[in-house]
Design a protein around this ligand. Sequence first.
Ligand code: SAH
Length: 238
Amino acid sequence: MWKAKIITAYPDIFPGVLGHSIIGKALKENIWSLDTINLHDFGCKERNNIDDSPFGGGPGMVIRPDVVEKAVMSVLDDLETKTPLIYMTPSGKSLEQQDLVNFSQKKGIIVLCGRFEGIDSRVIDNLGFEQISIGDYVLSGGEVAAQVLVEGCVRLLPEVLGHSKSVLEESFSENLLEYPQYTRPKVWVDQHGNEHHVPDILISGHHEKIKQWRKNKSAEVTKKYRPDLLQKSKKVRN
Ligand code: SAH
């Protein structure tokens, strides 16, 4: 069973999106498991503090290293030492589909969610956390980012998505975005009475031509919205 262990000051945020649809179903079916570890259970004596003001001054609070270390130690026992230890942070490596593939092939992941101004850097370095960002913007906590990461991993587990092919063909495989998708009705009449047809080729039954059309569309969409991905795929081929 693939295991996600989440270290957070706000365990009530979980399972959140992870309790719904195919991901939630897989959770109920024990294809994967979710545990939350409450940082407040490891807070410092009297007032159970998990944070303190930053050395050097500045606004906000920073989560203490001793608190994080104790929380991590409490979960390491029942996991293999190779389990990735991940800290969600805007200063980390940008999360990519290939990272999800890698993490989903492990036995599970341990994810640390920051809050306030973040976590004392010493514990991040000392315990060897991988630092992962979900994008170039700042959220107020790592919990949503952790749910993004875990959802992306779980849907790649072989027992979760019925069609393993659908995983292979979707956006970012081969550094291309996905082609546009259509479903019924064949002719959609919008609220102004305008007709919108599905591209003829998709109802032609010509599998080879459909494949080619999708490939061309993928390239077109990628060129329009993410030309940087095309550069990447050129580099891979060279
Ligand atoms: N002062 C920090 C921001 C802290 S935001 C800085 O300027 O980098 C508080 C917490 O939210 C972080 O510790 C992190 O866990 C989470 N977080 C915010 N934005 C994120 C992002 N883009 N990706 C992943 N985690 C993020």
